[in-house]
Ligand binder design. Sequence first.
Ligand SMILES: [Zn+2]
Length: 285
Amino acid sequence: MPLITGTPTPPPPVLPSLRLGRHTVTAIPDGSVQLHPLRWLPESTADDWAGDNASLLDPHGFIEAPIGALLVEYEDSALLIDTGFGPHDIPAADTIDTIGALRGGALPHALRRTGRTLEDIDTVAFTHLHDDHVGWAFRSGPAGRFPFSRATFVASREEWADWTMPPEVSVPARTAGHGEEIFPGVTARLTPGHTRGHTSYVIDTGEHRLIAFGDVFHTPAQFARPDWPVSMDTLPEQAVRTRYELLPELTRPDTLAFGIHFGQGQLGRVVEEDGALRWGPHSEL
Ligand SMILES: [Zn+2]
């Protein structure tokens, strides 16, 4: 499988956005990562990536995975779920062997297209504290200011416990427990496995739900094989249980989802068709 370097794909001219009752959700791109399918999902075989799943691969044979965030707006308040990778461009030769090139940097510019800046974000909620999710959060800017200067940072107790805050950083950090409301209409749901404290966030309008499930699923190919271990899951057996537990929630007819690493549309829904689960556009709701 050839490894490539180059410039990131520019974000689409119109950011994918959706109105859910009084909430608006918008996918904010930061960059991308190439996931090596057979190393990321070691029980998958070349045959698994030959049929329908071939469309999930880029021309170089990698799973094409965006990196970014989900902006949730409610009245004047703004929540950002995850914060991308930050302004780094790492060629495939310098990353671990489960991935190819890893790039970020677009998030502040992309956010500005929604009329907001990083300073306008009230709450930053992390699904987990991996580099491709905390990228912009802990970077000090000019005069030691942090980009999210007004925000409270939210993560689960386990995530904060396993994380070392950079010593120069002083931000209001808050712990979110299972079922706790962290922003109007948005609750935390613990979905451990990828990390010990991995957390999904559920936006519930009463009529519709949207579940931002973070790294519970990295590719729609896992809907058919939630039992596949993921090489980067910290607790692989727990991660499999979590995927099986979450799937009935995702297939509920009133439920949309945000797959942060899903290359062919991050906003969508899990659809059951002829006994198989697939990722469909959110317009099918
Ligand atoms: Zn990730």
